[in-house]
Structures are given as C-alpha cells and as structure tokens.
Design a protein around this ligand. Structure first.
Ligand SMILES: [Zn+2]
Length: 329
C-alpha cells in the first residue's frame, strides 16, 4: 500500500494543537485590516523563524488577532479547523485556546468552549484545554483561576510559552487544584531548553503528558523514566524544524525516543503557521526518518491511548488501526 493511501485510511488523533495557530489562512486574510499575501512566507521550504519570542510570536498574532474578535468567530474558526481534520480522517482532537486573551476581549469562557465544541462534526470528538503561558505567570490571578475552574465544559489545562523565560513553579498549586476538580493536565517542556525542564514538569506539575519533550533524548536516565512512568510526548517535527529546535527533520530525535519505547505521538502544534497537516507530518516520518507504516500505526495507537476516550470508542478505533495495519505487515 502506498504510504499516502495508508496514512489517509489510518484513523488519527491530534493531541497538540493551538487554536490561535490553526486558523486557516483564508479566514485570516478575509478578517485582516491589512492586505496579506495569498500564502504566508512561513510556509516556504527552508523558512525558519529567528526566534520564538520575536518573529514567531508576531506570526501567531497576525493569525489570530484579526479573527478572534467575537464568540461567533471562535466558532467559525473551530468549524474550519475541524473540517480540515475530519477530511484527514482524524477522529479525535485536543485543542487548546488562551483564556487570558478571551477574557481580555470580554468573553466568558463557557461561551468560548461551547462555541469550539459546538463546531465539531459528528465524526470528530473534541477535547478543549485552557492554555497558560509560562512566561507570564502573573496572569494566573484569582480571576483567571476561578474562570477556568467555573467552566465545567473544559477538559483540561496546558502550559505553553517560552521555557527560557518561565519556570513551572508558579503553576504548581494551580495544577494540583485543577486536577482535584477533574481537569486533565499536560505541559509543554523540553522544547527550547534542556531535559531538566521535562524533569521539572514531571516532578512538580505531576503531568503524564509533555508537549514536545525533544531534549529528553539527551538524557538516557530521563528516557528510561518516561518509559517506566508511561509519559507521553506529544511531538511536532515541523514546528521544531521551523523554530530551530532541530537542524533538520532527519536530526529529529522522535525515532530514537520511539525505539527506546517512549510513548511518542505526532502532531501539528500551529499548522496555519508552519504550513503542515497531521497527514503531512506522518508522511515526513516515513520519507525522512524511515519509519515503517506499521510504526506509524503504533504512533497513532499511542495517541489513541493518551487521549483518554471512552473505552468503547478507543477499542473500536484500535480495531480499525489493527485491521488496516495487517495489510502492510
Ligand atoms: Zn505547542
């Protein structure tokens, strides 16, 4: 079976996706006050950002600020994002949004989460996470905490942002509180700094899900710990390439971590900025890292397992993956 045919037929799960970085470019162009090119420069082959804190952050702003000006616009954005995922045979997505920005705009969080979830097509299940920026811990005030805890439709919380400028420690109490209220927790780590950042997230935030975790591959002991504790790394190869976390896709440690037994998943992070899709990311692994189709299926099994879906749904999708995989073994 051709890899592209297999990847399209494979039921897939996207676990690392930021709404603000996933709004289709056509919608951004239509909403923008200033003329924008037919395709953004960031999509070009060979393009890399200078720095996470400068031109990348600017690109994210260009993509969401003109669009997310009403609850209806959140809904419209989510509808287009989810339609694109459903077209790729993605069955479940965890999408995060930034509650700080939504509140600043005067929106109520239950309305935003409802607008996002209400945009899901029937064949795609959606979990919504509140994303907090680690480099601006001062925004985690009582108002934001209460707004998050009062939003019963929310599925979990995530920590993102510039690791060079923010530690996990200001978020420790909030993570414990969020978990006690039934929210799921995960955190970005090991993207812009070394493996200690992953260890800090595991030790102090007590998460079992890490966004990226690329630099964990530099630490043999940490890799063994990830396996022993069943930690999942939600990796995003093209994001890492364009943000210069890795020098090339061929140099990405995903394959090393995967073959060490770490539960690795593959995702898009900010696909509207990086110019990628979940299918194109999986194709890259076959073309550039030499992963077999059966290994691609194992990666989707990791994602399915990490998604915490109802047992019957998880089993049904697992059966589909297994049946498809027998055709390529
Ligand atoms: Zn991310």
């Amino acid at each position: 079976m051709r890899p592209d045919v297999f990847i399209q037929a494979l039921p897939k799960v996207e676990l690392h996706l930021h709404l603000e970085g996933a709004i289709p470019w056509e919608l951004v162009r239509r909403c923008s006050d200033v003329p924008l090119p037919a395709t953004p420069p960031w999509w070009c082959d060979g393009f890399v950002f200078d720095d996470f804190a400068s031109d990348f952050t600017d690109a994210v702003r260009i993509c969401y600020r003109p669009v997310l000006t009403s609850v209806e616009r959140y809904h419209r954005s989510a509808r287009l994002i989810f339609a694109g995922l459903a077209d790729q045979n993605v069955r479940h997505v965890e999408i995060s949004f930034t509650p700080r920005y939504a509140l600043h705009q005067g929106f109520q969080l239950p309305g935003i989460v409802g607008a996002i979830k209400g945009a899901a097509p029937t064949n795609l299940s959606v979990a919504v996470f509140a994303g907090l920026a680690r480099n601006v811990p001062e925004v985690l005030d009582d108002h934001l905490i209460q707004a998050i805890l009062d939003t019963s439709e929310l599925d979990g919380v995530d920590l993102y942002g510039d690791e060079r400028k923010g530690e996990v420690f200001p978020f420790v109490d909030f993570y414990a509180l969020a978990r006690s209220r039934g929210l799921r927790t995960k955190a970005h780590a090991g993207e812009l700094v070394g493996p200690q950042s992953v260890t800090d997230a595991l030790d102090h935030l007590r998460v079992k899900r890490i966004g990226h975790g690329v630099t964990a591959a530099r630490d043999e002991t940490l890799m063994k710990r990830l396996v022993a504790e069943g930690v999942t790394l939600d990796m995003c190869p093209t994001s890492n390439l364009k943000l210069r976390v890795v020098e090339s896709i061929e140099a990405h440690p995903l394959q090393l971590l995967f073959r060490q037994g770490v539960s690795v998943t593959v995702n898009t992070d900010d696909p509207a900025i990086f110019g990628c899709s979940l299918s194109s990311e999986l194709s890259l692994l076959v073309e550039k890292l030499g992963l077999t189709l059966s290994e691609i299926a194992q990666i989707e099994e990791h994602a399915l397992h990490a998604a915490a879906l109802p047992a019957a749904t998880e089993a049904a999708i697992a059966d589909e993956i297994a049946a498809l995989t027998t055709q390529v073994m």
